[in-house]
Write a protein that binds this ligand. Structure first.
Ligand SMILES: [Zn+2]
Length: 102
C-alpha cells in the first residue's frame, strides 16, 4: 500500500492513526496524512484523495473555514477517485505521455 504522496512537489507521509470523528486528516505542518486504520480497505484511496484535495486548496490559499469548503472537497475527492478508477486507459496514456499531443 502507498505510504506517501507528492502534492505540488511536497511529500506527505501516510500514517495509520485514529483521529476521533475523522476518516483521515492532513497535518499541513508535519506533512502527514493520518488514515484511520479502522476504515475498510476500499476507502483508503478515496480518503487519501480527499486529503490531497484539501492540500491542493491549502496550497492555493483557500480558507478551510468556508461553510461550503468541505462539500467541495468531498465532491472533488470522490469525483477524482471515480474518474481515475473508471478511466484506466486515460490514466495509463497520461502516465506514459511525454507531453506530446494524443
Ligand atoms: Zn475533509
Amino acid at each position: 500500500m502507498v505510504d506517501s504522496v507528492v502534492v505540488n512537489s511536497i511529500r506527505y507521509d501516510i500514517i495509520a492513526s485514529y483521529i476521533e470523528g475523522y476518516m483521515a486528516m492532513v497535518d499541513h505542518q508535519k506533512c502527514t496524512i493520518a488514515n484511520n486504520p479502522n476504515n475498510h480497505p476500499q476507502l483508503f484511496y478515496s480518503d487519501i484523495l480527499h486529503e490531497v484535495v484539501h492540500i491542493i486548496l491549502q496550497h492555493c490559499g483557500f480558507i478551510d473555514h468556508h461553510p461550503k469548503h468541505e462539500k467541495y472537497v468531498v465532491a472533488l475527492g470522490y469525483g477524482l477517485y471515480d474518474f481515475l478508477k473508471n478511466n484506466p486507459a486515460f490514466v495509463k496514456e497520461l502516465l506514459e505521455s511525454k507531453g506530446e499531443e494524443p
